[in-house]
Ligand binder design. Structure first.
Ligand code: DSN
Length: 397
């Protein structure tokens, strides 16, 4: 058994020498990772800026206020809570703030691309609250259908957002439905946050009562969560739901790293990055379509591509394993109305956030998609392709 330092070095080497197409992963900058390993990891700062339960927090206060200011600027929000340790804890705090036990929440079904925390029965969101779900219709969000379901189940909170939906989400239409049925609207933009920050995907801030997201996916920051809003009354409830409601001391090293990621995302370069992420995903889609591999929801408007592998007679689990052997890291994914169970799946989810961080453009995206098809179909392929590509596009920052 290797010691932990060896294992860390091996993980470094793994990331350098493989291509991550996991839609929820990215490669953070050196500055972000340096903040994570800073001495702030040692600091206790329970509470909020200027209202802490420990001494020695004046620098922590400045860092947290700066992170809040940067993220508000990035998303045009009025307030931010940058303390959530994860996206799940951000959502948990929203529910604690706005709901009573057993209230109804309405979100996209997990089996159609939703998230565990959107009311799935085995998650606390489905145990403590009554989780109702809408499904995709013809593999798209159908706002008329969602409205009918909302009228019928009278949710106290509607969740818009997904883990595996590749098209534009109509935030305004969700807001209209929420208003009509007297529900709060939560926009969970974990997947789309970086694209929204880079002005390449619509921002829900003016339509949702609360916006939650993770900072480590398309936003390319440290692993963590964040909550935004525009209404002061809701802010108070959210702040107390995070601390003391669901969390103790904030991870100040993580908050500093979030501040750096928000700063990075405010740059013009990040806007170029966000647009390129989508161009790369679209380039891949064109190759899959040409090769008769069905794209769930027909196309992509973001970093995400969901493939239906039925036409090439391979399950998502088999495809994931086969691709990992050649250095391409992906994840199996249920497709809507999948005939296979969740540990097999008929689908594979891909995302272009991490390869775009490495500097890859449409040309490489097309090549990678063609390579994936050859591997999955057992056609002839160059076993050294990934290694060469990784050397050509190293992790530099
Ligand atoms: N597990 C994340 C994803 O892969 O989409 C969501 O939390």
């Amino acid at each position: 058994m290797s010691n932990i330092k060896q294992l860390l070095n091996l993980e470094n080497a793994r990331q350098f020498s493989t291509i991550s197409l996991i839609a929820s992963e990215n490669h953070s900058s050196n500055d972000v990772r340096q903040a994570l390993s800073s001495r702030l990891t040692d600091k206790y700062a329970e509470g909020y800026p200027n209202r802490r339960y420990y001494a020695g927090c004046s620098l922590s206060d400045q860092i947290e206020l700066y992170a809040q200011q940067q993220v508000c600027k990035l998303f045009q929000a009025k307030w931010a809570n940058v303390q959530p340790h994860s996206g799940s804890q951000a959502n948990q705090a929203v529910y604690l703030a706005l709901l009573n036990g057993n209230d109804t929440i309405l979100g996209l079904s997990l089996s159609h691309g939703g998230h565990l925390t959107h009311g799935f029965h085995a998650n606390s969101s489905g145990k403590l609250y009554n989780g109702e779900h809408y499904m995709l219709k013809n593999e798209l969000l159908d706002m008329n259908d969602i409205e009918k379901i909302a009228i019928k189940c009278k949710p106290k909170l509607i969740i818009a957002g997904a883990s595996a939906y590749s098209r534009i989400i109509d935030w305004q239409a969700f807001s209209n439905i929420a208003k009509k049925v007297g529900a709060y609207l939560l926009a969970d933009v974990a997947h789309y946050a970086g694209l929204i920050a880079g002005k390449a995907y619509p921002n829900p801030i003016q339509y949702a009562d609360v916006v939650t997201f993770t900072t480590h996916k398309t936003l390319r920051g440290p692993r963590g969560g964040c909550i935004l809003g525009t209404c002061d009354k809701i802010r108070k409830k959210i702040d107390s739901a995070i601390f003391p409601g669901t969390q103790g001391g904030p991870f100040m090293n993580n908050i500093a790293a979030k501040a750096i990621c928000f700063e990075e995302a405010l740059s013009l370069n990040f806007q170029k990055y966000a647009s390129q992420v989508i161009l790369n995903a679209k380039a891949m889609v064109s190759v899959f379509k040409k090769n008769n591999i069905r794209i769930i929801s027909r196309d992509t408007d973001c970093h995400l591509i969901n493939l239906d592998l039925t036409n090439i007679n391979i399950s998502g689990a088999e495809a994931e394993a086969k691709l990992e052997k050649v250095g391409i890291i992906t994840n199996k994914e249920l497709i809507p109305n999948d005939s296979l169970p969740a540990n097999q799946t008929s689908g594979l989810r891909l995302g272009t956030a991490a390869i775009t961080t490495r500097g890859m453009l449409e040309k490489q995206s097309i090549e990678i998609a063609e390579y994936i098809i050859s591997v999955l179909k057992n056609d002839k392929y160059d076993v050294n392709y990934v290694d060469k590509l990784c050397k050509q596009f190293p992790l530099v920052n």
